[in-house]
Ligand binder design. Sequence first.
Ligand SMILES: [Zn+2]
Length: 256
Amino acid sequence: MLFLSAIFLLLLGASLGSFANMLIVRLKTGESVGGRSHCVSCKKPLKALHLLPVISWCYLRGKCAYCSRSIHWHYPAVEVLMAVFALIAFLRHVPVASPYQWGVIGFEIALSFCLVVIAVMDLRWKLIPMEFTVVSAMVLAAWRVLLGVPWLELIIGAIVISALLAAIVALSRATMMGEGDPVLGLLMGVVLGFPQALLGLLASFIVGGTAALALLMGGCVDRKTQVPFAPFLAIGTLIALWWGGPLEVIFRYALL
Ligand SMILES: [Zn+2]
């Protein structure tokens, strides 16, 4: 039963990844979400065989079946990531005995879905989809309140994190971060609540700082390159979600 559930969650995650890929492209082009899937370069509608998560990409060797234009790496990457995140959400709550636990698993999968869409858009186009981020924040906040988290905790988290990020944007004159980052901070604050969200932000800075330093030393970027920060906010959010409890204990000891 456990094995079957795990397989089901992997498949569900990969399918959600496919959906995330479509959203990523259509949020950028402004196309409606309803229409049939098609190749981004030749616009030919795709067949069911071309839409299987990961498998189709491997079978087509990363190229469109009609025009042979290469398919961006984010397609298989997002599908694999979402499959892994769905599996992690499930394994974190095994053995799942109550509908409440499924509610929590659903919340964690939905959160990783929103984070993946935002992070990939920022990585590819240095663009944070504002409307999508705000709507995601509202839906995820409502979901958390339904799961019994005090709403005040979430509101404080949202205010603190977005205010901190807005201050950094203003003080650095948007050289360190873009206008979209405080909006993503709103989402981070509202899903983690206070004080967990602060932990998430700290984790984002540590991971982001380390990555920027490594890229700088490796000669991949120079001091003027804008490094998209949304992927690091997404990573920080997941770190606080997965290990927030133990990390909080460590920080309390370190500060006392
Ligand atoms: Zn094509």
